[in-house]
Design a protein around this ligand. Sequence first.
Ligand SMILES: *Cc1c(COP(=O)(O)O)cnc(C)c1O
Length: 391
Amino acid sequence: MSSIQIERANRLKRLPSYLFARIDQMKQEAQKAGMDIISLGVGDPDLPTPDHIIEELTVSSRRPANHQYPSYKGMESFRKSCADWYGRRFGVNLDPGSEVLSLIGSKEGIAHISLAFVNPGDYTLVPDPAYPVYEIGTYFADGQVHFMPLLAERDFLPNFSDIPTDVARKAKLMFINYPNNPTAACAEMGFYDEVVEFARAHDIIVCSDIAYSEMAFDGYKPISFLNAEGAKDVGVEFHSLSKTYNMTGWRIGFAAGNAEVLSGLGSIKTNVDSGAFQAVQEAGIRAMEADQACVADMCKIYRGRRDVVLEGLKKLGLQANMPKATFYVWVKCPEGYTSSEFTAHLLKECGVVTTPGNGFGESGEGYVRMALTVSEDRLREAIVRIEKTGF
Ligand SMILES: *Cc1c(COP(=O)(O)O)cnc(C)c1O
């Protein structure tokens, strides 16, 4: 029997193909051809979750109360722990009752927030290049995206005076992300002050994504958007335990900041999901409240890898800024290569998977992103292969 006619909704037809799915496919093809692949493509930590966090999950998962539906907002104890962590880490005061909302990974909240605030035709302001979810979440809400180019000559910070006034007027949300994926750029107070001022002038809700705040090197401590004066009046920040504690598979994060914004996001969530597994929330509490030595250890490992790659790139004559934070290196393509061409060259000739910069947006053209998700030995091997092959 033939099947019924199955046609996808327009919102799905409109989507760009999910970047990492495409890279995964290229990688699998190379593997099938018998190649030893060094994967610097996807930003997923290769290190395990620290033991004390796993121990907490095994204990918490046995508690019958944790087997029932959680609250979409998150347990009171989890929200309090998030608020305390923000206080200790950033000196930011949050009311756990109204200014913290648990998320099933920060991607979940980032994808849903447009549904709460964007009407068809409304704009969101999205960095270019960027994590793809800001743009895609907007499309799911039938909104329009105005891209804010992040260029090397402006240290990969958007220039608000380039945004046309009629777009700013129709914009409901602005996404920012520092320390930045994919460029590894960082932002300081002066920039966040500008964001608050721009948001106030045009009634734009700011959504700051701070997934990489704890992955920083050489004594650098990234600040939070919520550190800026008046930030809580104009927006929220999305934080994640994924990168800080090697917990990408656990799906736990939270949003913090403006209570009205969180309440809107919460209205979507209460109708879509039923919160994160409470045992995972309890493990998250343990992660945030325990000694943070595991975070320092992680940073030390990434710093070592970063130095291997930067030294190697220098030897190869490839240009990249020294990252102060994140586990990404944003590498300028050599003369004569587009992003896609250089990515394909590195994969096919060297077995090294990278992400083409243009996959994160038009302004990423001319770059590839390397993720520091393999050992120093494998990174050295990648450099040797690229050197041998040439380009
Ligand atoms: C990894 C990452 C996240 C975190 O996603 P989770 O859903 O919390 O795992 C958020 N934003 C950016 C830019 C990221 O790279």
